[in-house]
Design a protein around this ligand. Structure first.
Ligand SMILES: C[S@@+](CC[C@H](N)C(=O)[O-])C[C@H]1O[C@@H](n2cnc3c(N)ncnc32)[C@H](O)[C@@H]1O
Length: 393
């Protein structure tokens, strides 16, 4: 969940912020209705209004949105922005928007829910000819040595070798397999931690005005320009915005608020200038997030394959088989207290009863589950907020 300091770090990232403001100025026309998804405390929403929007719908589930109205009023545009503390999927608008403003990226543009949120906005909230502020994200990859991140597998190995050191504090458990699983995942690293050994290359482009595919894949071939130890792949993006504005999150651009992604290799491979490196990347949406697969083939300048490694972050993800099974169409939800309490709660919601009245009735029906009035009230408030506002962002 984002804190206020995270939002300030975002708007304090000069390349990102100036690119977005330039794109807004080039795009927003007088009379436009602008929809911003994920407005935070409303920084870009205020800029959209200052750029001439007749109205801005600023959507944000995080509590930071509560700061928006005062910021807007302070800059004289309070009457032209409506802040809604909701998830994008849960809003309706009185009229379709002319302009879509969003930065729903994570470290990478392939943030789990982004494709679904954008598809839903296109279907329900935007005019068919709506103009987008963020047009496309190019996904970039480079074979790297890492200055501060050793190969993650190596870190895991070192940590498990350290077990004897910890033995004096508590009985050692062998965590080798658990550490090895964790090390299979990609991780967020500072751009300065990456030492590219070859020029970076774009392996895929996300067209943000169209449907983002559930399976994003691409291959690149690069030539090593620096001798070094290949330990993994650095990943970042170049964003193209409207009006010719752009910014990148990679090491060439210096530090960015997004940081970079580090895709570790199991084995470190010494490489020399002139070696060829073929990289095949694949990100597959599993319904909630992306599963990554990366394949790296190192060849000598004469074309002989010296090393090939295939990795996936599947093992690092906490996928409990029982939880997955519960999502299958054939799964039969059990009749348990939690479900019945929720059903009783929902049956009480009639647009007239207060939360306290509802909680009281639910508690009377489930006295063992809710020993105190407070617990019933918390349950009712939490479950209803989850349905109306979504899980906290
Ligand atoms: C990268 S931040 C951008 C914040 C702000 N627009 C800025 O640029 O400073 C992404 C924001 O999207 C919000 N968000 C996440 N899921 C969302 C959803 N389903 N609907 C609307 N906003 C969402 C997050 O809470 C977060 O505030």
């Amino acid at each position: 969940m984002y804190e206020l300091s995270d939002y300030l770090a975002m708007v304090d990232d000069p390349r990102r912020t100036s690119a977005y403001i330039a794109a807004l100025r080039a795009t927003v026309r007088p009379g436009d209705h602008v929809l911003e998804l994920g407005t935070g405390f409303g920084f870009f929403a205020v800029h959209a209004a200052l750029a001439g929007a007749a109205h801005v719908w600023a959507i944000e589930p995080n509590d930071a949105v509560a700061l928006g109205p005062a910021l807007a009023a302070q800059h004289g545009v309070g009457d032209r922005i409506t802040f809604l503390q909701r998830r994008a999927e849960q809003i309706t608008l009185p009229n379709l928007a002319d302009v879509l403003l969003e930065d729903l990226r994570g470290v990478f543009p392939l943030m789990g829910a982004r494709s679904g949120i954008l598809a839903d906005a296109r279907a329900r909230l935007l005019r068919t000819d709506a103009r987008h502020i963020a047009l496309r994200d190019h996904l970039v990859i480079a074979p790297c040595a890492a200055a501060h991140v050793t190969s993650a597998r190596e870190t895991a190995h070192d940590a498990s070798n350290d077990a004897s050191h910890h033995a004096s504090h508590h009985a050692p458990l062998d965590l080798t397999t658990i550490r090895a699983r964790a090390a299979q995942g990609w991780q967020r690293v500072r751009a300065s931690a990456l030492r590219p050994l070859a020029a970076s290359a774009r392996w895929a482009t996300l067209e943000l005005t169209a449907a983002i595919p559930t399976d994003v894949r691409g291959t690149v071939q690069v030539t090593v320009t620096q001798d070094g130890a290949l330990q993994g792949l650095g990943g970042w993006f170049d964003a193209e915005l409207a009006g010719g504005a752009s910014f990148g999150s990679g090491p060439e651009a210096g530090a960015s608020v997004y940081d970079c992604a580090w895709f570790p290799l199991e084995r470190t491979v010494p490489v020399r200038v002139g070696d060829g490196i073929a990289i095949a990347m694949r990100a597959t949406h599993d319904g909630s997030d992306y599963v990554w697969r990366w394949e790296v083939t190192v060849s000598s300048a004469t074309g002989d394959v010296r090393d090939r490694q295939v990795a996936t972050d599947l093992g690092a993800r906490l996928l409990a088989p029982e939880r997955l099974a519960r999502r299958a169409s054939t799964a039969v939800p059990p009749r348990d207290d939690a479900v019945h309490a929720l059903a009783a709660l929902l049956a009480q919601v009639d647009g007239a009863r207060s939360l306290g009245e509802i909680a009281h009735t639910v508690r009377a029906a489930f006295p063992r589950r809710f020993p105190t009035e407070r617990e019933a009230l918390d349950f009712a408030a939490r479950e209803l907020a989850r349905l109306v506002e979504g899980d906290p962002a």
